[in-house]
Design a protein around this ligand. Structure first.
Ligand code: ZN
Length: 176
């Protein structure tokens, strides 16, 4: 079996066979996720997805998604790595009417036409829901560390732009 998950499956057919998918999906084309975060060190997200049909006939997806994302710390404005490990329990439905029927017991996820579940879309949605509302380093010391790095980087940029630096201007003034 490939390390990577298929792009799409028919979840209802899959659930008939109590199917399970484990593997990776690329984070590369998840544009909403990349807008909501500061990108990622990881290039993939790991997902474990189990499909089954309940006695009531509802198609349920259990599983989890796991990755690391980078966000902006709201205390120091530096980068903070956020560990995501989200458990899933979703009823897969074909319409809003079906979603309304299961909403007391499950969170519903509507599949595409022709019973197609687009796996990267589902995973992106779940990752967006898992993002912390106020991302922050766990300890103040980490914020101080991050601020030091920003300062170092900024001063590094100044030195590399020698041509434009104020000392060069002063030299010209002395010549006059
Ligand atoms: Zn911080």
């Amino acid at each position: 079996m490939s390390r990577f998950l298929p792009h799409q499956v028919d979840p209802f057919q899959f659930a008939e066979q109590e199917g399970r998918l484990q593997g990776l999906t690329s984070l590369k084309n998840m544009s909403r996720l990349s807008e909501a975060t500061a990108g990622t060190d990881e290039h993939e997200v790991f997902a474990d997805l189990r499909f089954s049909i309940q006695a009531s006939g509802i198609c349920v997806l259990y599983g989890r998604v796991e990755t690391q994302l980078r966000m902006i710390c709201q205390r120091c404005l530096g980068l903070v790595t956020v560990e995501i490990n989200r458990g899933l329990e979703l009823a897969l439905v074909r319409s809003e009417a079906e979603a309304a029927l299961v909403q007391d017991k499950y969170e519903a996820y509507q599949v595409e036409k022709n019973d197609t579940l687009l796996i990267p879309d589902l995973i992106e949605e779940e990752l967006l829901l898992a993002l912390p509302f106020v991302p922050m380093h766990a300890h103040r010391a980490q914020c101080e560390q991050a601020m030091l790095q920003i300062l170092k980087r900024n001063s590094g940029e100044q030195f590399s732009e020698n041509d434009k630096n104020p000392f060069a201007v002063l030299k010209d003034l002395k010549l006059n």
